[in-house]
Design a protein. Structure first.
Length: 300
């Protein structure tokens, strides 16, 4: 069986049978053999040894027989997945077989035991166990690799967010700030811990409705309907009450059912810029209302 060690529990109320089984197994297989002379002792051993790979269990035992023992083993989380091979006298095989499979046995061996058959059956289960171990190891490696990739991707995204020049606010559908970035904290004059949990209305006012702070007003209905709004001119309300002019965009993130899960807001600080009105240009474009553009401040 190579260099791999297995742990096997043999259960029989006759000491001679235990000795014979142990001797045979240790002669042909690389395995650690545990012995139990009763069902209760077998259950106790599975509690103290968490790495048992296989149980060979005699059916006919006093007080707690093999069926009762197997039933209890299968009810316990720690032992329920350990395969059980029943030992039974040949003349009882048909009578016991159905009951054994009903309580979770995977196989039967008949007494008197055929040495070669016993070793072949145990070897087969050990090979299956090793295959499962190998698959689990491969899965663990893949999970570790994927976890590392995700951690790297999260760190990459976190670096981008941390170094953004624009303020980032991610809101709940109710308008509560759940994620922010250093640029937003600097722009608003808040520590991150103080900014998180605030309502967007606490730090934002729209140009057209400064008194009402209409962030969660009419625009939200449009956002829910369309999923996004174009950039607008607005103001942040800093922690000291200053109004910070911003160019602001907001986008809704929806789940597969179309329900908004997050609102992403990005704001550019427009301090140092002022508006330039040019009606002539607007008229040339066929527009009746004055369009606002942004230009750098300069001395008149």
């Amino acid at each position: 069986m190579g260099e791999v060690d297995y742990k096997l529990l043999i259960v029989d109320d006759h000491a001679h049978n235990l000795y014979t089984l142990r001797t045979l197994i240790e002669k042909h297989l690389r395995a650690t053999v545990l012995e139990a002379s009763s069902g209760r002792e077998a259950i106790d051993l599975t509690l103290s040894h968490r790495d048992i790979d296989l149980i060979i269990l005699d059916v006919q035992m006093p007080e707690m027989d093999g069926f009762q023992t197997a039933s209890l083993l299968k009810r316990r989380r720690r032992s329920r997945d350990i395969p059980i091979i029943f030992l039974t006298a040949a003349f009882k095989a048909e009578e016991f077989q159905q009951r054994g499979f009903a309580v979770g046995a995977v196989d039967y061996l008949l007494k008197p035991i055929d040495d070669n058959l016993l070793i072949n059956k145990i070897s087969t289960y050990f090979r299956l166990i090793e295959k499962e171990r190998s698959l689990n190891r491969e899965l663990e490696i893949k999970v570790a690799e994927r976890t590392a990739e995700l951690a790297e991707a999260r760190q990459y995204l976190a670096n981008i967010i941390a170094h953004m020049g624009e303020a980032l606010l991610v809101l709940t559908p109710e308008g509560e700030i759940k994620i922010t970035n250093p640029a937003a904290c600097r722009m608003l004059g808040y520590a991150e811990s103080d900014l998180l949990g605030l309502s967007i209305g606490d730090v934002f006012e729209e140009e057209e409705d400064a008194e009402a702070g209409a962030f969660m007003g009419t625009w939200l209905e449009a956002l829910i309907r369309t999923g996004a709004l174009a950039k607008i001119d607005a103001r942040f309300i800093a922690s000291d009450g200053r109004r910070v002019p911003i160019l602001f965009s907001r986008t809704a993130i929806k789940d597969t059912d179309g329900t908004i899960t997050d609102i992403i807001c990005i704001a550019k600080d427009m301090s140092g810029y002022r508006r330039i009105h040019d009606d002539a240009v607007m008229e040339a474009n066929g527009t009746t209302t004055s369009e606002t553009t942004m230009g750098a401040d300069h001395d008149e």
